[in-house]
Design a protein around this ligand. Structure first.
Ligand code: G6P
Length: 610
């Protein structure tokens, strides 16, 4: 989703801005641009409908030189992805602005501004903001005051970077609901949507809070809170390296991330278990006493993280015997729900910036839950700063838009949570030790599954010319099937649906023919025989079956049935493991189709608008 970079420095800032945009590409975007104030106080701008590399080429042909600038990758919400709608937006050659978020009252502001004589060059909601700043500057020469006046008029979410040609060494940044960090350099400051953008220039970051406005010059930074009082915000030192976003020889980030799962899972377990026990304090200092009181769990998340929640619900009810409800965050935030006493609210997010998940957490904090927990992969994200308890998955940065290692490490975090709660609900020390052992065996087992890559690559050839695919599962493997279907549609653009296998004959069976491959996850559990019957129903209709099955499940490859046999595994760990071949399947199908795997069309890694 939209990415912002900005800088005030003595050096020419264009290379920093362009590199920053390149590093934000993973968020997803469709157009890009930058504006720089040159040494003659003139605003210069380049925009492209397309990729940052095209912006770089245009910049190479006519470089923009200057020490103050802002840049942007746009993910279209209001108005098509075209040149006119690309940011930065400029008003009367005076003010330039980049924006991430949605201005909800833009129509009303637009009408008023048109009546006042402003001309609009784009269909965006953003353009009203740049005109509002210009208008405010007619009553005050001070850009900070103009931004204060402007944001009072705005409804919605925004992260803003604003520059003005009358004050060439000044950049004003503002945040409300959309992420924004300040990079602290030596005699220079930067802004960006996340730290990755700025790692080549600094390791020191200040995370703005909602309502903050930052007044930034080369050697001075002043931050105001929503009441316009000066506030101190602490500096965090990032431990990430600038080369963290390297593909390490893999063809795509997604493949690298799939293959780094043994390590990501191992990292996510470090210090989280001790001597056969789960270390509850890893969720926060008060976690132990909170977990003792948990009588129910409510989970809210989006996309892949929602699927992780669905799997965890099975674990919670079976292992911890605690009722659990899982909700899509965008639904939960707008509906009235009943909260049972002592319910723990859990939000799951790889990015920690998903607008709906964040809003669900904010709502939960006001709703009388026992406590709130965020399971997240980004330490200083909005979600982790909002939640009372935090569990960080240590998956390392995930660049591919389709989530892989973030998902499996979320499941590890959720399993630890389940055991930590179950301890207070009758789980014996022996059972806990056995679960810990199973968790510790995961990296090795994931590694074994990755060795199936050639088989799955062969299997993928059958899918590449298909338009639809059906994924089946039962119990905790239904969300695994849902995740497999989501991966396939995200990156290969094949329409894929997941169904509870028992529901097959209530509708989707009508679609089954030799043009509709059916994928099923068939671990050797108490539902296997039921699943086998469902699969017969598919076979009888000429459907081609692709089965990921336990070695002991006694299903064999035959005409129209391709079985990939997986080593026996404890039923609770199996959802984590069966996800791996489904990720590989989606990946290889997308490779054969020549799709843009790391940045699939229309999708964004970090969905900061609702
Ligand atoms: C986007 C991403 C998905 C992700 C979802 C939720 O759609 O492309 O990969 O699952 O957002 O994101 P979150 O960061 O909250 O897990």
């Amino acid at each position: 989703m939209c990415g912002i970079v900005g800088a005030v420095a003595q050096r020419d800032v264009s290379p920093v801005l362009l590199e920053g945009l390149k590093r934000l590409e993973y968020r997803g975007y469709d157009s890009a641009g930058l504006a720089v104030l040159n040494h003659d106080k003139q605003l210069q701008r380049i925009r492209v409908q397309g990729k940052v590399n095209e912006l770089k080429q245009e910049h190479q042909a006519s470089p923009l030189k200057g020490g103050t600038g802002i840049a942007h990758t746009r993910w279209a919400t209001h108005g098509k992805p075209n040149l006119n709608n690309a940011h930065p937006h400029i008003c009367r050659d005076t003010v330039a602005l980049v924006h991430n978020g949605i201005i909800e009252n833009h129509e009303q502001l637009r009408t008023e501004q048109i009546a006042s004589g402003f001309e609009f060059t784009s269909e965006t909601d953003t353009e009203v903001v740049v005109h509002a700043v210009y208008e405010a500057l007619q009553s005050t020469p001070d850009l900070l005051q103009a931004v204060f006046t402007t944001i009072k008029q705005l409804k919605g979410a925004y992260a803003l970077g604003v520059i003005n040609n009358a004050e060439p060494d000044r950049l004003i940044a503002a945040r409300e609901g959309s992420p924004l960090v300040i990079g602290v350099g030596i005699g220079e400051y930067f802004i960006a949507s996340d730290v990755f953008a700025l790692l080549p220039v600094t390791q020191r970051f200040i995370f703005l809070e909602d309502g903050d406005v930052a007044d930034i010059t080369r050697d001075k930074l002043t931050i105001y809170d929503s009441n316009q009082n000066i506030v101190e915000r602490s500096i965090s030192v990032s431990e990430l390296n600038a080369d963290v976003a390297d593909k390490a020889g893999y063809r795509h980030y997604m493949l690298k991330e799939i293959f780094s799962q043994p390590n990501a899972i191992a990292e996510s377990l470090v210090n989280r278990t001790n001597d056969g026990q789960v270390v509850s304090n890893e969720f926060g200092q008060d976690a132990e006493s909170i977990f003792q009181q948990v009588k129910a769990v409510k989970i809210a998340a989006c996309g892949t993280s929602y699927h992780a929640g669905l799997i965890a619900a099975h674990w919670l009810e079976e292992i911890a015997q605690v009722p659990c409800q899982v909700e899509i965050a965008s639904e939960y935030r707008y509906r009235k729900s009943v909260i049972v006493d002592n319910t723990l609210f859990v939000s799951i997010s790889q990015s920690g910036e998903t607008a709906d998940t964040l809003a669900a957490l904010q709502l939960a904090k006001k709703s009388g839950f026992l406590s709130t927990l965020a399971i997240c992969n980004v330490a200083e994200s909005s979600l982790t700063r909002e939640a009372e308890l935090v569990f960080l998955t240590h998956a390392g940065p995930e660049i591919g838009v389709a989530s892989t290692k973030a998902f499996t490490t979320q499941l590890v975090g959720l399993f630890l949570l389940v055991v930590a709660i179950a301890k207070h609900n009758g789980l014996s020390n022996e059972e806990e030790a056995s679960f810990v052992k199973q968790l510790e065996s995961l990296p090795g087992r994931v590694n074994q599954l990755l060795q199936f890559k050639d088989d799955i690559e062969t299997m993928a050839k059958d899918f590449a010319d298909k338009h639809h695919a059906l994924f089946l599962g039962r119990g905790s493997f239904l969300p695994v099937a849902m995740e497999g279907a989501l991966k396939l549609k995200e990156i290969s653009y094949i329409h894929a649906e997941a169904y509870a296998a028992g529901e097959l004959k209530h509708g989707p069976l009508a679609l089954v023919d030799d043009d509709m491959p059916v994928v099923a996850v068939a671990p050797n559990n108490h539902l296997l025989e039921k699943l086998k019957s469902n699969l017969q129903e598919v076979q009888a209709r000429g459907g081609k079956l692709y089965l990921f099955a336990d070695k002991a499940s006694e299903v064999e490859s035959t005409e129209g049935v391709y079985v990939l046999k997986i080593n026996a595994v404890c039923d609770f760990m199996a959802p984590i493991l069966y996800t791996i071949p489904l990720q590989l399947l989606a990946y290889y199908v997308a490779v054969i189709k020549g799709a843009d795997i790391d940045q699939p069309r229309n999708l964004a890694k970090s969905v900061t608008v609702e």
